[in-house]
Design a protein around this ligand. Structure first.
Ligand code: FAD
Length: 394
């Protein structure tokens, strides 16, 4: 099956021409038909064709040259594989996000904003591994005001000097609060920080900035830069579908999306009423290490039609082979459905967490794509180009 990599937006007014075979009433079944639909009807038409066993010959946007399509409902993956892969538009017809409105670098390292810590608490339950804290800073009084949107990061310059006696360099942290902040007043920013700790020649080394942040007390002043980043922005479309793959503190941007989508106060305030589907895959070593778990469980119970929450708890759950359950195993288990979501041009995928998660996800997606007759190494760059595949790993 061909996977469209076109971007979409709620204001997409394009008209599409679909040439289809074997779709319609009995006498029309073998005839080729040309159907013209507005963008808003395209997905429904494709689903209907697929359901009735039709074969899509081509799909052409008003401004595009016709692209040969693989059989829409072919049960034969080999046949689909032979088809020319979908070509991503060089420049999306309608940007999925309004990049121009996104604030960037309001504060730079030479002249950082001085924020005040308002709270700092552990996100982990008893028995968890390591240390992960939720830390909030007051941003009041800045000129300009340090505002940001969901999916961006800020820089923190820890106090003190490095081994060469120079001021420490900034470290980036994904923002874990929505643009309104946890208090909805629009004057705070929150982070989700894991303390870096590792052993070197028998000695425990603590990361400079992550330890500085995990130890910080309310009232302390902190140098903040940014905001930065346009890679992880949410689509503007309220009907978009969002697949989120997070490990550890990679949950930070996902928390902002989910609050924006499902927190009643956010929905009221932001005037953006998410109507699509969201699916969070969260990887953690133990149940006690799951971050913001109760909030996500709550959203799932309140919005069962719109939100799905799938956990991979590596040291407690087993994958199909009897090994540890990692996020990529959950991706493999749900590959069929994930790909049916991806076939919808309104679906965006977000991945965030430690860089080490990427090869596993890539492997799972490669196998899942192959089962559908698709080549993931070709498809992924197309999705990326269409601004539907978003990755921030560190
Ligand atoms: C876009 C972006 C977003 C980020 N978001 C978050 C976030 O939301 N939450 C979060 O906690 N972090 C996040 N990070 C990571 C963060 O920026 C810091 O890198 C992290 O907190 C460690 O900084 P530190 O100052 O504590 O460590 P440092 O003192 O700078 O030490 C890091 C260095 O220690 C060494 N090191 C690390 N591990 C080992 C090891 N096992 N063995 C030997 N040497 C090692 C490496 O040389 C490494 O460069 C993000 C990074 C980026 C780029």
């Amino acid at each position: 099956m061909r996977v469209s990599t076109a971007t979409s937006s709620c204001s997409d007014s394009r008209v599409f021409t679909v040439v289809v075979q074997g779709y319609g009433l009995t006498q029309q079944r073998n005839a080729e038909r040309t159907i013209t639909v507005p963008f808003s009807r395209l997905q429904a038409l494709m689903q209907s064709i697929s359901k009735l066993g039709g074969k899509v010959i081509s799909v052409t946007a008003a401004s595009e040259a016709p692209a040969t399509a693989a059989p829409a409902a072919s049960p034969d993956p080999a046949a689909a594989k032979k088809a020319t892969p979908a070509k991503a538009p060089a420049k999306p017809a309608a940007a999925a996000v309004h990049h121009a409105d996104v604030p960037v670098n309001l504060y730079k390292p030479k002249n950082p904003f001085i924020g005040t810590v308002t709270e700092n608490y552990s996100l982990l339950a008893e028995g968890a591994i390591g240390r992960v804290n939720h830390i909030t800073f007051d941003l009041s009084g800045g000129d300009p005001h340090l505002n940001y949107v969901e999916g961006q990061s800020i820089g923190i310059i820890p106090d003190g000097e490095d081994a060469n006696g120079k001021p420490h360099k900034l470290r980036l942290y994904s923002i874990a609060s929505t643009r309104h902040g946890d208090n909805m007043a629009g004057n705070t920013v929150s982070l989700c920080v894991r303390q870096l700790q590792y052993d070197k020649e028998g000695e425990t080394i603590n990361g400079v900035c992550s330890t500085f942040l995990c130890d910080i007390e309310p009232g302390a002043k902190v140098k903040i830069t940014g905001p930065v980043g346009k890679e992880m922005l949410l689509p503007a479309d309220e009907d978009a579908n969002v697949i989120m793959l997070a490990t550890g503190t990679g949950i930070a941007p996902m928390r902002t999306y989910l609050r924006r989508m499902f927190e009643p106060a956010e929905r009221e305030k932001n005037g953006w009423h998410f109507k699509g589907k969201a699916w969070l895959f969260m990887g953690a070593p133990t149940t006690a290490n799951l971050l913001y778990d109760a909030d996500f469980e709550h959203y799932q119970s309140q919005f069962p039609e719109n939100f799905r929450y799938t956990k991979a708890i590596s040291r407690e759950q087993q994958n199909a082979k009897g090994g540890r359950m990692y996020i990529q195993d959950r991706v493999s288990e749900n590959a069929e459905e994930i790909f049916s979501w991806i076939e919808n041009p309104k679906t965006h995928v977000y991945m965030c967490g430690l860089r080490g998660m990427e090869p596993g996800i890539d492997e799972a997606m490669t196998a899942a794509a192959a089962a559908k007759g698709l080549d993931w190494s070709e498809l992924r760059p197309q999705l990326k180009k269409a601004e539907r595949w978003h990755v921030e790993t560190y």
